[in-house]
Design a protein around this ligand. Structure first.
Ligand SMILES: [Zn+2]
Length: 121
C-alpha cells in the first residue's frame, strides 16, 4: 500500500476540500469553515487557525510594502494621499487574495498534527 505524502492534507485543504477525505467542502463561505465534513463526517470544528493567517500576512506584506513605500518616497516623493491609497489598495487586494489559501494551509498543517491515527508522522 502506497503511503500518502505528508502534504496530502494541505493539498486537499487548498482545494477547499476536507483535509481528511478530500471530498467534502472545507469552507461554507469565504473564510467560514464547515463544522463537519459533509462526506466523511470529520469534526472540522476541532481545527481552528485563529488569527494565525492574518498575523502571518501582516508580517509578510508589511516586510514587503514598507520598504517599497520608503523607496517610492525617496525616488518620487508623491503626496501622502497617493502613498496611502496605493499601498492601502495593494495591501487590501493582496490580503483578500491570500487569506483564504493561507488559512487552508494552516488547517492542513493542524490536521496533520491533530490526526488521531498519527499516520502522517
Ligand atoms: Zn471529509
Amino acid at each position: 500500500m502506497k503511503q500518502e505524502s505528508p502534504s496530502g492534507p494541505v493539498r486537499r485543504a487548498l482545494r477547499n476540500t476536507c483535509p481528511n477525505c478530500g471530498k467534502g467542502a472545507l469552507f461554507t463561505s469565504w473564510l467560514r469553515m464547515a463544522p463537519v465534513c459533509s462526506s466523511c463526517q470529520f469534526d472540522l470544528s476541532e481545527l481552528d487557525a485563529g488569527d494565525g493567517p492574518a498575523s502571518f500576512l501582516v508580517l509578510i506584506y508589511g516586510a514587503i510594502v514598507v520598504p517599497l513605500a520608503f523607496l517610492l518616497e525617496a525616488l518620487f516623493s508623491p503626496p501622502l494621499w497617493v502613498q496611502a491609497v496605493l499601498w492601502g489598495l495593494i495591501m487590501l487586494l493582496a490580503t483578500m487574495k491570500s487569506l483564504r489559501p493561507l488559512k487552508a494551509i494552516m488547517i492542513g498543517w493542524q490536521f496533520r498534527i491533530h490526526d488521531p491515527d498519527k499516520k502522517y508522522f
